[in-house]
Design a binder for this molecule. Sequence first.
Ligand SMILES: [Zn+2]
Length: 359
Amino acid sequence: MVIADQIALTAPHSPLSTSIKSNLYQKVCRKKWRSDLVIFVPILLIVTMVSSLFNTIQSVTISALERLSIKSGRRPWLIFVAAISAAVVWSAIAIPAQAYQFQILPSSPVRGDTLSVVIRTETAGEAPTVTVGGETYPSFLLSGNRYRAFIPTSPNTKAGKLTLQINGSEGNENVAVNIGARNFPTQYITLSGASADLEGTDYEFDRLDELRALRTPERYWNGPMGRPSTGYISSTYGLQRYYNGVFAEDYYHRGVDYAAGNGSPIYAPAAGKIIVVGRVEDGFELNGNTIGIDHGQGVTSVMIHLSGFAVKEGDQVEKGQLIGYMGSTGFASGPNLHWGLFVNGVAVDPVPWRYDGIE
Ligand SMILES: [Zn+2]
């Protein structure tokens, strides 16, 4: 016991070492007990608060108490007990030290929202990751020692508590976020003829999976996203569907549909790089003519059912740039643009990206 030894060495002539047989001394002791309590209870509280505030534990406060013990001539063992009690109380009530500072937006998210998690680490270094429900999402440097990760939610995300685990060189830390309830309407779709039998090809699925798997460190988008078509919105994000009377399990409408005339212009909703120009004749059977855009940092767009293209793969495009033309190719009942916005592979509601913008 280093502490006890120190006390024994530094306070050898305390009242404890004198005779305790004297009645007078015992009376004095009882009085002293009360005055000791009056002194040491506030000390215990102060030490507790000071310790939790400055996160410096016993050594400093105990040596201060030792000096106090010598000066005041009070019992060192009582001081020792007070110090230990303070340490116990401190460890019980102190908020665990946080390795990371973080901010999560929006403050009241609902299903379909994109969570923006800004993490500040103690020192600049490796970018932390965020794990949610077994999926691990990367973060990207914002500035200095600030990183940002996007956590997608969708109609498949349950309302209620969502636990985010921040992992990095400064340890792991859990933070709970409440996902608010949000209901999505149900749609009844009747399909007939050849389009109902379309199953899609591995080629189109693989190409789009590769696009959605991109976690490009560069960030191309800037500010709120733009409207990709001047047509009216014919289907909103997140709708549940019945096809020919059969409920589509785990299905939700993974985008927003715009309806306008065949051949009407389609614009890039945000800046990015054209990764996919997929043609019906090359195997884009279900999606029809398709454009895939990488906006960077895990954010991608898929535009399907096009009648034609105004870009080629590898092109860098700006927000609002003409990229193609509306059509009804693939699994479509009429001319429309389906715009799917993906965050780390999950189709999220584009509306917050369109109106509020996510920086
Ligand atoms: Zn659609």
